[in-house]
Every structure is written in structure tokens, then in C-alpha cells.
Design a binder for this molecule. Structure first.
Ligand code: SF4
Length: 404
């Protein structure tokens, strides 16, 4: 992972974002990472993302310590380790946000709003907190495994999002303002286009940044999309990256191999993996996970913000059928000129693990590019073997170099 000047700017805007949660007069809505945040912003809610907290727990390497506390109250070690580490940390009364942003605990929600487009776990997760804080839990039950995003599914989800409005008006005390809503959706679109531009710099040879940089710089796309802070940040970051491209600077020196990373990051081993790939001259130039925050369909029709949101949230990789997913991965492998692909099979997140139904084998047949499957997890580091992963990656890269 390398030092970008924009990292300072990101620290500043995230600091401001978390500072707002200290003001108890602000109404707070919790939302899932690909949930209807734009609608919540339009009501003036401060929007909090428990998944971002889950990632912080993983990156702080404390997640595995907290998971047993959630297991003790009935949440299985087999389910989402964002959920179990987040609930476990809450039960233990700790959060990495204390040290990083001076917050004593997670912000108390006035309402929780989920979208099951990514998984069922988010609904269960929010129900835990809804019960604890005695506040409403509402959301969208999304179709999954979609081949074609047609009007039937768009209208279904758009109507579900629309039906959230009366409860949001009641909890916020603010009347719904269609123009304000359209404005936020447009800003989300602008954020997403800039984020895409950032990720697509990875097509350059050498790539100016890699998956490990994307993991860091994706935070504003997740927690601040729909805001001016996010838009200004990505403009600044992208101009810095453009400058690096013009000088052929890259975060991985002596790039010999270009890879695709499918699946979630191993949050507790980001540094270790980044250093390993760096040493091997491997640039991971594209990933399914970071590209999941490209919501180009917000631009579908700015006069129909509910339909635009529904389309954007349905077009996402995680919501699509296996053949559609396969097409997307194959296309990106080609566009980013990758030499192979690594699938991270995250034990507690089957939804972001794409190696379980024959996809690696089918894509290899189509592209003639090799693949490696790494067993691990996003947050539960008891499921990840440093030694085994290192050995497998080294052998995989050697095989690619031998065939070049
Ligand atoms: S998609 Fe995976 S990591 Fe994300 S909340 Fe669902 S189970 Fe957890």
C-alpha cells in the first residue's frame, strides 16, 4: 500500500463524517452498504454503515476476539463475520471508532434500513439492533440471482423504496422533498462515475495503484456517496493518479504479473498480502468487490429517482445470476489484461464468494487463464492460514511466470 497525498484529505472528510455522530440532536439512520442511503440523506439523516464498522473491526485485527460474544447469544460462527464481530464488539462495549474518531460507541439509531440485495444476514443484523434500541427496522426485500434487470423487478423494488417514505417522514419529522431526493441521487451518480474512473486507472500498464489501495480509497464511495465531500475527494484523488500515470509511477515496483481478485478482502491480512504481492511483482489491478460500488444506473433517469435507485441496486454484481456474473468477470479480466485470477472463498460470506459453483473452471475454459482459490474469511482470521496462502500464491505466480 502506498502513500497518496489524497489519503490526508480522506482522513479529514471521514473525521468530519464521524464527528457528526457526536451531536445527539442529529437523527441517525443505519443502512446497509448497498441500501437506499440516498433516500435517507434526502430526509437529513446522518447515515451510518455497520458494514464499514465491520471492516474497521477486521482491519484492526480485533474481529476474531469479538466473534465469540455474538456466538454466545446465538449467532453462529458460520454466518457473516461482519455481523458476528460487530454484534460481539457491541456486547463487549468496544469499538475501534473510539481511538480513531473519539466516538464512545456506535451511534444510537433512530431507524435501521436494510436492503437484502446482498444477503439475508443484513436483515437479521439490523433486527438485533432494532430490538436492542427499540426503533423501527424497515427495508427492501430484493430479488436475487437475476438474469435480466427488467421493468418488473425495477418497479417492484422502486415501489418498495417508495413505501419507506411515510415511516421516514415520521421518524425524521421532515416532509419528503422530491427535488432534494433527485439532487442526492444525482450526487451519488457523480460519486460513482468518479470512483469508476479511479478503479479503471488500473487498466494502465504499469497500474498506478492496486486492489490494496482501492480497499482504502473506497471508504468515501461507501459512506459518503451522495455528498459533495465524496465528489471533491475523488476529483482530487483522480488528478493525483492521473499525474502518476503520466510519470509511469506504480505502487508495485517491477510489475511482472497482473491479477484479478474476486471476493472479499481479508481485512486482517491486508498488509501481509500487499507486501507479499509487492515482493512477487504482482499488481492486483481489478476486483469484483471494489467495483461493487459503481452504481452507474443512478443515471438511468434523474426524473425517476426511485426507479433509478432500484435499477442501480439491482444491476449490482452480487444480485445477478451466475451466467451474468461470469460474463462480467471475463470482461474485466480481458479489459484489465490480467494474467490470471484469485478467488477468495470467504467462509462466512457465500454471497461474495464465487468459486463454489464451478465458475473458476468455466472461466478458465473460456479465457485459458489460470486461477487460484484461497480459503479464508473477511474478518474471522481463525479461518485464514498465512503459511498456506503464502505458499499457494507463490506457486501460482511462479506457474504464471513460467508460462509467459
Ligand atoms: S454480503 Fe457477506 S459480508 Fe456482506 S453483510 Fe452479507 S454476509 Fe456479510
Amino acid at each position: 500500500m502506498s502513500s497518496f497525498k489524497a489519503a490526508e484529505k480522506m482522513k479529514e472528510i471521514l473525521g468530519r463524517y464521524f464527528e457528526d455522530f457526536k451531536d445527539s440532536s442529529n437523527k441517525v439512520a443505519w443502512v446497509t452498504s448497498v441500501g437506499p442511503a440516498e433516500l435517507l440523506h434526502s430526509f437529513g439523516f446522518k447515515v451510518y454503515y455497520p458494514e464499514n464498522h465491520g471492516a474497521m473491526l477486521g482491519a484492526s485485527k480485533r474481529a476474531s476476539d469479538y466473534i465469540p460474544y455474538a456466538n454466545a447469544v446465538g449467532y453462529s460462527p458460520e454466518i457473516c463475520s461482519y455481523l458476528t464481530s460487530d454484534v460481539g464488539a457491541f456486547l463487549k462495549g468496544e469499538t475501534p471508532m473510539s481511538k480513531a474518531y473519539g466516538l464512545k460507541s456506535v451511534p444510537k439509531p433512530d431507524i435501521l434500513v436494510y436492503n437484502t440485495n446482498q444477503c439475508r444476514d443484513v436483515q437479521d443484523w439490523f433486527l438485533f439492533y432494532g430490538k436492542y434500541f427499540n426503533v423501527p427496522v424497515i427495508g427492501v426485500s430484493s430479488p436475487k440471482n437475476i438474469n435480466e434487470v427488467d421493468d418488473v423487478v425495477i418497479n417492484d423494488v422502486a415501489n418498495q423504496i417508495r413505501s419507506l417514505v411515510p415511516t421516514l417522514e415520521k421518524v425524521s419529522g421532515v416532509k419528503f422533498d422530491l427535488d432534494r431526493f433527485k439532487e442526492v441521487v444525482k450526487k451519488s451518480y457523480d460519486t460513482t462515475i468518479l470512483w469508476k474512473e479511479c478503479l479503471f486507472f488500473g487498466k494502465n500498464i504499469p497500474s498506478p495503484l492496486t486492489f490494496f489501495d482501492y480497499n482504502i480509497f473506497m471508504a468515501p464511495a461507501v459512506v459518503l456517496r451522495g455528498t459533495d465531500d465524496a465528489i471533491n475527494f475523488y476529483k482530487e484523488l483522480n488528478s493525483e493518479i492521473r499525474e502518476r500515470v503520466s510519470q509511469s509511477l506504480s505502487t508495485v515496483k517491477n510489475q511482472k504479473v497482473r491479477l484479478y481478485w474476486d471476493g472479499m478482502p481479508v481485512w486482517g491480512r491486508l498488509r501481509m498480502l500487499s507486501e507479499l504481492f509487492n515482493e512477487l511483482g504482482v499488481a492486483i489491478v481489478v476486483s469484483t468487490y471494489c467495483n461493487s460500488w459503481i452504481f452507474e444506473d443512478f443515471g438511468y433517469d434523474f426524473n425517476k429517482p426511485f426507479e433509478s435507485m432500484a435499477k442501480a441496486y439491482l444491476e449490482l454484481f452480487i444480485v445477478r445470476s451466475e451466467p451474468v456474473k461470469e460474463g462480467i468477470v471475463t470482461k474485466w479480466m480481458d479489459e484489465f489484461k490480467t494474467d490470471g485470477i484469485i478467488y477468495h472463498d470467504a467462509k462466512t460470506c457465500p454471497y461474495n464468494s464465487n468459486s463454489r459453483y464451478g465458475m473458476p473452471q468455466r472461466i478458465q475454459k473460456k479465457t485459458s487463464k489460470p486461477y487460484l482459490i484461497i480459503n479464508g474469511d473477511l474478518n474471522d482470521m481463525r479461518l485464514f492460514s498465512d503459511e498456506q496462502s503464502k505458499t499457494n500464491v507463490e506457486a501460482f505466480v511462479e506457474q504464471i511466470l513460467d508460462n509467459k
